[in-house]
Design a binder for this molecule. Structure first.
Ligand code: RUB
Length: 292
């Protein structure tokens, strides 16, 4: 039976009190450190992995720690060591993405983003710290409005910020120089899984000839996609969309969608700016342990 720390992390992740792939992974790994023995460690890995099905950054981390701890005699010290090591990998990957991505932000440009991604906000804030001037359009990301988190964060960093409803993205896309979004999962085909509405944004960016970029850690690669499995897409509670829908109306609420590699111009990763088609080989080079 998992303890209180893990139960709390599980429900905070499931109920979106903690949201966004990076925050989720770090919270899960912090909670994992409370495991008392090897059996409990395995139970916690299974439980936390199930909290959000479309989160390989968390799943990879839980597996990485469990695998390494099982190689060691000293359970408690090795658990803390490997969990901290993965958390540090996530944090330094994010810093690298901010540094590398900030170079792609052009002075006096307009950028559209969707939902809330710490990778994207880190890139934009770093560009602002380098005295670049630019303007951001943030899509609200219904039903849970994570775009508001982004808008607040950017505006309080002194970045010129516009907030739009999701259906207004087509109205403004022709004014944009770049679309930059985050990712929950990267697949073996070079596709990107992110908040629902991202793939639609990629289609309209293509149509309008606007560059479409993704800011994502290679640690979000999902190794199951190498074996021909599709990334699972979480479907959330209908009441997030419509509290009391009329009888005979079934509300669907997929949390994420898949943007095909061909719609993506570049992916800013901790290893540099890549074509989506190079994600698989770069992940193999950098994180060989991820192979199943
Ligand atoms: C958040 C979302 C974010 C990615 C990337 O969805 O789709 O774009 O998780 O985030 P949700 P980050 O709010 O449902 O978790 O760059 O912070 O890892």
């Amino acid at each position: 039976m998992a303890g209180k720390i893990v139960q709390k992390a599980y429900s905070d992740i499931k109920n979106l009190k903690i949201q966004g792939a990076t925050n989720i992974a770090i919270a899960a790994l912090e909670a994992l450190k409370s495991a008392k023995d090897r059996r409990q460690l395995s139970e916690i890995v299974l439980l936390l992995s199930s909290a959000r099905p479309t989160e390989p950054l968390m799943r990879n981390g839980l597996r990485y720690v469990a695998f390494n701890v099982h190689q060691h005699y000293d359970f408690k010290n090795s658990l803390g060591f490997w969990a901290d090591k993965y958390i540090q990998m996530c944090k330094s990957a994010l810093e690298r993405i901010a540094e590398i991505g900030s170079k792609r932000i052009v002075n006096n440009s307009k950028i559209m983003t969707h939902c809330h991604s710490t990778a994207v906000t880190s890139v934009l804030k770093k560009a602002k710290d380098k005295y670049k001037e630019f303007e951001v359009y943030v899509c609200e990301a219904r039903p849970l409005f994570q775009g508001r988190i982004t808008a607040k964060e950017l505006a309080s960093h002194g970045i010129k910020t516009n907030y739009i409803v999701d259906s207004a993205k087509g109205t403004y896309i022709n004014d944009m120089d770049l679309v930059l979004v985050g990712a929950d999962a990267l697949t073996a085909e070079g596709n990107v899984v992110n908040k629902i509405g991202t793939s639609e944004l990629a289609y309209i960016a293509k149509e309008a000839d606007v560059e479409f970029g993704v800011a994502s850690e290679l640690l979000k690669f999902d190794p199951v996609t190498e074996q021909g499995y599709l990334e699972p897409i979480e479907e959330r509670e209908p009441k997030e969309v419509w509290e009391r829908p009329p009888k005979r109306v079934k509300v669907r609420n997929p949390a994420f969608d898949v943007t095909k590699a061909d719609l993506i111009d570049f992916v800013v990763t901790e290893e540099g700016v890549l074509s989506p088609h190079n994600i698989l080989s770069m992940t193999h080079d950098k994180y060989p342990w991820m192979k199943r």
